[in-house]
Each structure stands twice: as C-alpha cells, then as structure tokens.
Design a protein around this ligand. Structure first.
Ligand SMILES: C[S@@+](CC[C@H](N)C(=O)[O-])C[C@H]1O[C@@H](n2cnc3c(N)ncnc32)[C@H](O)[C@@H]1O
Length: 239
C-alpha cells in the first residue's frame, strides 16, 4: 500500500470499539481513576462519564475549542478515507471504508458532545511530559499514537520520523509514571510482513528493566485484516 501520513490525524474510536480493543470489561472500570492518553476525538470520556466513571482525557489538540476540533475531525476523516479509496494498492472495499468513516464520525460526535458538556475532563498535554502527579491514575488507555505513528519501515503509518524509538520509550515511561496500569493498542505492524511492531520488544525490555510486569491481552476488536498480533500491551507497575 502506498498510503502514508505526515502528521497525527484527529481520528477516534467509539466506546464499544475502545472497550474491545483494550480487552476491557466494563464492570472492572467502576471506581478506578482512568486516563485516556491521547484521547483525540474518541468516545471514551463522553460515554464513560454517562456510565458514572471517573475518566479524563489528555491531548495536545484540546487547546483548540470544540468548533475548531469538530471541523478538523470531519475534514481529516473525510480526506483520509478518500485518499485510501484513491490508493491504487488498497485492499479495502468501498463498503468497509464507508463503514469505517461512519464509525469515526460517530466517535467524533460523541467526543464533541462530551467536550461541550464536561470541558474539565479534556486537558491539554503531550507525551512524553504529562501534566499529572505520579500515580494520579489507576489505569491509562493509550490508543493509536504509539507504534502506529512511527515510520512505515518500522511498521507505522508515517512518512517522517517524528516518533522514533527514544520517543516511544520515554512516552511509555511517562504513562507508567502517572498510573498503576497502562494498556496500549495497536502492537502489530501496519506494513510489511505480518509481525509485531518493530519497537514493541525494545519498549518491553526498557519497562521490564524498570521493574514492571508486561504482558499481552488478546484484543476483541479486529481492524481490517489485522487478525495476527492483535493484542493490547498491558503494563502493571510494580514499584
Ligand atoms: C488517532 S488519535 C487517537 C485517539 C484515540 N486514543 C483512539 O484510539 O481512537 C491520536 C491523537 O494523538 C495526539 N497526539 C499527537 N502527538 C501527541 C503527543 N506527543 N502526545 C500525546 N498525544 C499526541 C493527536 O492530537 C491525536 O488526537
């Protein structure tokens, strides 16, 4: 596939997609302090608050207001899906791409509703330096930034090397600093031979050397043809 990106797009998953991709059970979320990092325009905080959860999101783009973010989200979803459709090497059919677009719009609309009604739950911040105390959260959910936005040759989507291995290790350590547990998704390579993303082993090595436990949980959310290595990476803090 010749498709690539030169920046992180403002895309998000719905609540149902997110719960399945992180291999979570809703019943286990009650009473925990949860951080969605980066939240982007996903449905986790909006839907989580409506279920009585203590959940907050952080993202660098939250410095912009809801009107700006809604316009950006709709434009980036549309432009990205159109560029997939135009890609001569695409393996996706038109119907599945339209369904993908519909789910992204559903997540964006849920996000915008939550952002307008509970702006205090959407904080501005960036990895690898988050604006939180040590252990401020019990669980951090980190989807569709780490691993995914690395260079294509490492298994990511990017045409430039903004997020190299050093960034990944520093960012993962920062997620561990602010929480007792971290779950990250995806961990597979988007391009090249079917495999775990090239950075996963080095990130695990660094986190285990810090004294924490790491394992994989099979994801219940299957995206397109990515059925192998379809796991959420779980880190349990031990210090
Ligand atoms: C594709 S969205 C992911 C949203 C959601 N977590 C999901 O899985 O659906 C990626 C987000 O990463 C954010 N981002 C970009 N650089 C970042 C950084 N250095 N630290 C934290 N978030 C960043 C972008 O603003 C964007 O909203």
């Amino acid at each position: 596939m010749s498709f690539s990106l030169d920046h992180v797009v403002f895309f998000g998953r719905t609540w149902d997609e997110s719960i399945d991709m992180y291999a979570l059970e809703e019943v286990d979320l009650q009473g925990r302090r949860i951080l969605d990092c980066p939240g982007g325009p996903d449905g986790l905080v909006s839907e989580g608050l409506s279920r009585g959860l203590d959940i907050t999101a952080v993202d660098p783009q939250y410095s912009d207001g809801p009107d700006v973010l809604e316009e950006r989200g709709r434009r980036e979803i549309h432009e990205t899906v159109e560029s997939w459709i135009a890609d001569p090497e695409t393996t996706k059919d038109l119907e599945s791409m339209k369904e993908y677009e519909r789910l992204k719009i559903e997540a964006l609309e849920s996000f915008i509703k939550g952002y307008r009604t509970s702006p205090d739950r959407y904080l501005t911040g960036s990895l690898p330096s988050l604006p939180f105390e040590d252990d401020a959260f019990d669980l951090v959910l980190s989807g569709h930034l780490l691993f995914l936005y690395s260079l294509k040759e490492h298994g990511g989507l990017m045409s430039n090397d903004s997020f190299d291995l050093d960034f990944h290790v520093a960012a993962t350590r920062e997620l561990v600093r602010v929480s007792r547990e971290v779950r990250m998704f995806p961990t597979y390579a988007m391009f090249g031979e079917t495999r775990r993303h090239d950075f996963v082993a080095s990130v695990i090595e660094a986190i285990e050397a810090d004294g924490h436990d790491v394992d994989f949980l099979p994801s219940r959310w299957v995206q397109e043809e990515y059925t192998e290595f379809n796991d959420s990476l779980r880190i349990l803090k031990r210090t």
